[in-house]
Design a protein around this ligand. Structure first.
Ligand code: UD1
Ligand code: PEP
Length: 422
């Protein structure tokens, strides 16, 4: 199993390019199932989850041809089966995103129930409730969701909890339904908007994405299109926090600062000088130790839960006491146990973490438990004295392209032992 060896060696300095967003690329690749004509997707990040999506689609008979390092052409015309098997779904929960497109276009779907994961139970009841409201017949048997419907019909669907993939799944399904679908209390994440942009390029009639009410007027069919995936705001944010943790100065280019408002405000509160252009963000700690910040995770445009672990790493080395309240997932503090092993001072009370910053952390062998937890451990290791070995970093390969390459470009002393991904 791959490990990272990281030696904290002072401030990170330099420039990196943001990759395409994992959480937009995944629904967009699945949107290819909605048409019998090809969908070309560019700026697809090189990640494990993209490889898993490719396996998932190709085992259905769909072709997903890679035409250059970051471009895929999906052709769902030759589809032979509408099954998403357990072996793939269990490694990537976002596999649930094939459910809506399959029922809408093919009239049936058989998707393994994703089950719980390291960050919480993560049920999919709202995805199912929405499809049922649109006329699908849903049964659960043998660990599978079986959904059937000759033709979905438009419905008004009210989410009692904001769900990102739930919004995307139902928005995709509604593009081919009869009549109008209204999604209330919809997720406003930029990745939902990017998915809507791709669907519109395919001929879908969608309005209101980016607000809490999305309206979709069903059409008979979707057509060929090309779409560029938007930049990854969480990857961007992770490198900005890495700069803050190491008291460095970093520029992230080919990104979009408008998607990171809540994160940039917190970095400024931590003492960072932040400057933005249309497609870049500069952060400069001017050699100073960051100050502790208080975080409360919220659906977009609030502070993203996917940046919570990284901010905990920041608070571990900050001056003062910072609190983090996780309101989206019930079990997303797994990184805290490992940060403690590096000498951090963290007290957990339910969904609240109280962190007292330490001037320095000390290297120790630690283990990654989920994607963003891994990122927080890398950041903490960069600010620790000595050589930290992080095990199970395959989690990080799910969501960060060329991790070592990008950190090394910023001057970090990081190397991988084991088999290089890619
Ligand atoms: C591939 C992808 O885009 N993943 C993101 C997506 O995950 P994902 O879409 O799975 O997360 P959701 O937005 O659905 O989850 C939000 C909350 O709603 C609950 N819930 C969700 C669906 C449902 O049917 N019933 C229910 O109760 C969840 O358990 C959780 O407590 O949004 C999360 C929240 O921003 C991010 O952390 C993930 O990175
Ligand atoms: C939790 C995440 O991803 P996923 O929903 O794919 O597990 C994430 O990107 O932080």
């Amino acid at each position: 199993m791959d490990k990272f060896i990281i030696e904290g060696n002072g401030p990170l300095r330099g420039e990196i390019v943001a990759s395409g967003a994992k959480n937009a690329a995944l629904p967009i690749l699945c949107a290819g199932l909605l048409s019998d004509e090809p969908l070309t997707v560019t700026n697809v990040p090189k990640l494990w989850d993209i490889g898993t999506t490719r396996k998932l689609l190709t085992q259905m008979g769909v072709t997903m041809e890679q035409t250059d390092s970051h471009t895929y052409v999906i052709d769902a015309k030759p589809i032979t089966t509408c099954v998403a098997p357990y072996e793939l779904v269990r490694t990537m929960r976002a596999s649930i995103l094939v459910l809506g497109p399959l029922v809408a276009k093919r009239g049936e779907a058989h998707v393994s129930l994703p089950g719980g994961c390291a960050i919480g139970a993560r049920p999919v009841d709202l995805h199912l409730m929405g499809l049922e409201a649109m006329g699908a017949e849903i049964t659960l048997e043998g660990g599978f969701i079986h959904a059937k419907c000759k033709k979905l019909r438009g419905a008004r669907i009210v989410f009692d909890t904001v769900t990102v993939t739930g919004t995307e799944n139902l928005m995709m399904a509604a593009t081919l339904a009869e009549g109008e679908t209204i999604l209330e209390n919809a997720a406003r994440e930029p990745e939902v908007v990017d998915t809507a942009n791709c669907l519109r390029a395919m001929g879908a009639k969608i309005s209101g994405d980016g607000t809490t009410t999305i309206r979709i007027q069903g059409v008979d069919k979707l057509h060929a299109a090309t779409h560029r995936v938007l930049p990854d705001r969480i990857e961007t944010g992770t490198y900005l926090v890495a700069a803050a943790v190491t008291r460095g100065r970093v520029r992230v280019t080919q990104t979009d600062p408008s998607m990171l408002d809540a994160v940039l405000v917190k970095l400024q509160q931590a003492g960072a000088k932040v400057q933005t252009g249309t497609d870049f963000i500069d952060i400069d700690m001017q050699g100073k130790r960051p100050g502790a910040v208080n975080i409360h995770t919220m659906p977009h445009p609030g502070f993203p839960t996917d940046m919570q672990a990284q901010m905990m790493a920041l608070n571990c080395v900050a001056e003062g006491v910072g609190t983090i309240r996780e309101t989206i997932f019930e079990n997303r503090f797994m990184h805290a146990q490992e940060l403690l092993r590096l000498g951090a001072d963290i007290r957990i009370e339910g969904n609240l973490a109280v962190i007292t910053g330490r001037e320095r952390l000390q290297a120790a062998p630690i283990m990654a438990t989920d994607l963003r937890a891994s990122a927080s451990l890398v950041l903490a290791a960069l600010a620790a004295d000595g050589e930290t070995v992080i095990d199970r970093i395959y989690h990080m390969d799910r969501g960060y392209e060329d991790i070592e390459g990008k950190f090394q470009a910023l001057g970090a002393n990081i190397k991988r032992i084991g088999k290089q991904f890619g």
